[in-house]
Design a protein around this ligand. Structure first.
Ligand SMILES: [Zn+2]
Length: 134
């Protein structure tokens, strides 16, 4: 049995589709699985119940997927990459920004920048990765 003792008319926190944030709602309709429909106490809008935990996913879907952006960037850079200039990756090799590396697993990569001591960000066909270097 569900431990939920909610019923229609009860207050509940939910993600409001209009306010685009977690607001106090009132349950309008219940199902066995939980609240089905709620009314926002802030904007009075009625909508399906969304768990307050859901917004992170929703927000991620609305923004551009970083993977897609990285892939685009890779495709833009790829024609200008000369794989003959790529330095084979090793943790004991120093890499400069804007240089090319050849990684045994990820293949050709473009060193974008240093992101800390002995750390570089490298764009591979697979996406951006943080690598150790000298
Ligand atoms: Zn609202």
């Amino acid at each position: 049995m569900s431990s939920s003792t909610l019923s229609a008319g009860d207050p509940i926190e939910a993600r409001c589709t209009k306010c685009r944030e977690i607001t106090n709602h009132t349950i309008i309709a219940m199902t066995d699985a939980g609240p089905a429909k709620v009314q926002c106490n802030t904007c009075s809008g009625q909508h399906k119940y969304r768990k307050p935990a859901a917004p992170r996913k929703t927000a991620a879907r609305r923004t551009v997927d970083p993977k897609i952006a990285e892939r685009k960037e890779w495709e833009n850079l790829r024609p200008s990459m000369n794989s003959k200039q790529a330095i084979t990756y090793s943790m004991t090799t120093a890499f400069k920004a804007n240089s090319l590396m050849e990684h045994p697993e990820y293949g050709l990569g473009f060193v974008q920048r240093s992101v800390g001591p002995q750390k570089i960000e490298v764009l591979f066909e697979d996406g951006l990765k943080t690598m150790r270097c000298k």
